[in-house]
Design a binder for this molecule. Structure first.
Ligand SMILES: [Zn+2]
Length: 254
């Protein structure tokens, strides 16, 4: 059994070596370390695996200087950069910055397009704005969007629209929460070749570990629950999501 945690964050106080060791012991053999701010980008690069680098919706105000710095960071680490992100829209916490968020998101999509990289997207209470921004993105490579909607919390209808745009959908520990029936409906709906799993650690520890600081090793619990929901053997689901992730992020299966 092998698993790919497609979304983990690391802060200045993360014991990255210990976290990576516990992940390996649990069968989580690949982790995409995801950035989004200076601190998250820097710490993602302190891991030993592939990274996503970007500017998330909390990086306001941002300017040309921030974009230049990000470009430099990506160029300096080109061999490890597997995606742009995370980026996206959050109108739950950031309704007052909606316009600036959209502008930043659009610029990150343009960068992903230019570099031919997939994009890691956060979206919360911003369904229409997310679809509109994705549709307006200047994607040239094969005319297809590539990327993942991470820690998906919406219903099957929104998932269907994102799948139509070519996106994968990734589920976090939220899918194990008692109140998350709608998320589980979506997890049953997404086709087998488009579903990914993640922790979004250090947040959102899955049942039965809720309340603990989350880490990539815990993705096993989320994957188990999702396999159960989809009525497929856990081993098969683990392998399918592993291959999906390697494919999307251009990572060599081990
Ligand atoms: Zn995240």
């Amino acid at each position: 059994m092998r698993l790919f945690d497609t979304h983990a964050h690391f802060s200045d106080d993360s014991d990255i070596a210990a976290i990576e060791r516990r992940a390996l012991d649990a069968g989580v053999v690949r982790i995409l370390a995801v950035g989004g701010s200076d601190e998250l980008n820097r710490n993602a690069l302190s891991t030993s695996g592939p990274v996503a680098l970007g500017l998330d919706r909390d990086q306001m105000p941002f300017g040309d200087e921030d974009h230049r710095n990000l470009r430099r960071l990506i160029a300096d680490n080109a061999d490890r950069v597997a995606a742009i992100g995370e980026t996206g829209l959050d109108f739950h916490y950031g309704a007052d910055t909606a316009d600036a968020q959209r502008e930043l998101f659009a610029r990150q999509l343009a960068l992903a397009d230019e570099l031919a990289l997939p994009v890691v997207v956060h979206t919360r209470e911003a369904d229409e704005a997310t679809i509109e921004t994705l549709r307006a993105a200047p994607w040239r490579h094969g005319g297809k969007l590539r990327g993942v909607i991470h820690s998906y919390t919406g219903g099957p209808a929104f998932a269907g629209r994102l799948l139509d745009l070519g996106f994968c959908i990734s589920f976090s520990g939220i899918a194990t929460f008692r109140s998350a029936d709608l998320v589980r409906d979506s997890a049953r709906y997404v086709p087998a070749d488009r579903i990914l799993v993640e922790t979004d650690s250090p947040f959102l520890a899955p049942v039965p570990l809720r309340g603990r600081p989350c880490e990539p090793a815990f993705v096993v619990h989320t994957a188990r629950r999702l396999a159960e929901e989809r009525d497929v053997p856990f081993e098969d689901f683990a392998e399918q999501t592993f291959i999906n992730s390697c494919h999307l992020f251009g990572v060599q299966p081990c």
